[in-house]
Design a protein around this ligand. Structure first.
Ligand SMILES: NC(=O)c1ccc[n+]([C@@H]2O[C@H](COP(=O)([O-])OP(=O)(O)OC[C@H]3O[C@@H](n4cnc5c(N)ncnc54)[C@H](OP(=O)(O)O)[C@@H]3O)[C@@H](O)[C@H]2O)c1
Length: 249
């Protein structure tokens, strides 16, 4: 089940956190994985080394995926190295949490560019090679906040809700070529990103989660693996929440 041998996968923002967890699991299932980062070369090398130590294959490519030209280089370098792209996981993301009254235009722009424009940049760049192969998997990491909203996160929630609209629209455009486009919506997973949440908010999230705990990197990676697999061939345009029941749609 879920064998990715001979597949090539790019995971954006995979130098740590959820992206690193996804990259490791896809590699463990046989995929050749491109580890991408913007500004953490050492952490990215550590992820690649861990994959190789487990007998997998990984390459590190630096690119700020919010910048169109850099996203294009990431995809081109991957094709130059491996000759194909089978799986794109748009995971890179960031936060600049502020109430709307205090949010500066540059904090809005940075979050939208990193979280949403990056999804357009990378997805557009892979669509032609995937169309030629008449096969492909695009998995976009959104957030339950994109479904529920969250005070202090208008920029982040807008970017994540935007990803959901993008996912459904692109799924309709490319379905006839057997390319699937889905989104995974994690709930609360402890990472550098969520480390900045106040303790009070962390406890309240856990209390409101029916499964009574935070998510793990493995919880999210398993959902991505499924959607990346041949077994998920008839699933597209969907949002799979991995949140312990925090936000039920
Ligand atoms: N943790 C959660 O609870 C949670 C919940 C829902 C959704 N998510 C989503 O899951 C994804 C991963 O989050 P995380 O918690 O693992 O965050 P994280 O630990 O902060 O990791 C973010 C990763 O993205 C990379 N990155 C950031 N901006 C980039 C850019 N412009 N270009 C390329 N790489 C970039 C970072 O690398 P550099 O250091 O090199 O920039 C890092 O590898 C995000 O999309 C986030 O919104 C997380």
């Amino acid at each position: 089940m879920f064998n990715l041998t001979d597949k090539v996968a790019i995971v954006t923002g995979s130098s740590r956190g959820i992206g690193a967890g996804i990259a490791k699991l896809l590699a463990a299932q046989g995929a050749k994985v491109v580890i991408n980062h913007r500004s953490s070369p050492e952490a990215a090398d550590e992820v690649a080394s861990a994959i190789k130590a487990d007998g997998g294959e990984a390459t590190v490519i630096q690119a700020d995926v919010g910048q169109n030209n850099e996203a294009l280089s990431l995809i081109k370098e991957t094709i130059d190295s491996y000759g194909q792209i089978d799986i794109l996981v748009n995971n890179a993301g960031t936060t600049r949490d502020k109430l709307i009254m205090q949010m500066k235009p540059e904090e809005w722009d940075l979050v939208l560019q990193t979280n949403l424009t990056s999804v357009y940049n990378c997805s557009k760049a892979v669509v032609r090679p995937m169309m030629k192969k008449r096969k492909g998997r695009i998995i976009n990491i959104t957030s339950v906040v994109g479904l529920s909203g969250q005070a202090g996160q208008t920029n982040y929630a807008a970017s994540k809700a935007g990803i959901i609209g993008f996912t459904k629209s692109m799924a309709k455009e490319v379905g006839s070529r057997q390319i699937t486009v889905n989104a995974v919506a994690p709930g609360f997973v402890p990472t550098v990103l969520t480390g900045v949440l106040p303790e009070e908010q962390t406890q309240s999230i856990i209390q409101n989660t029916p499964l009574g705990r935070m998510g793990t990197l493995d919880d999210v990676a398993a959902a991505v693996l499924f959607l990346a697999s041949d077994e998920a061939a008839f699933i597209t345009g969907q949002v799979l929440s991995v949140d312990g029941g925090l936000v039920m749609q």
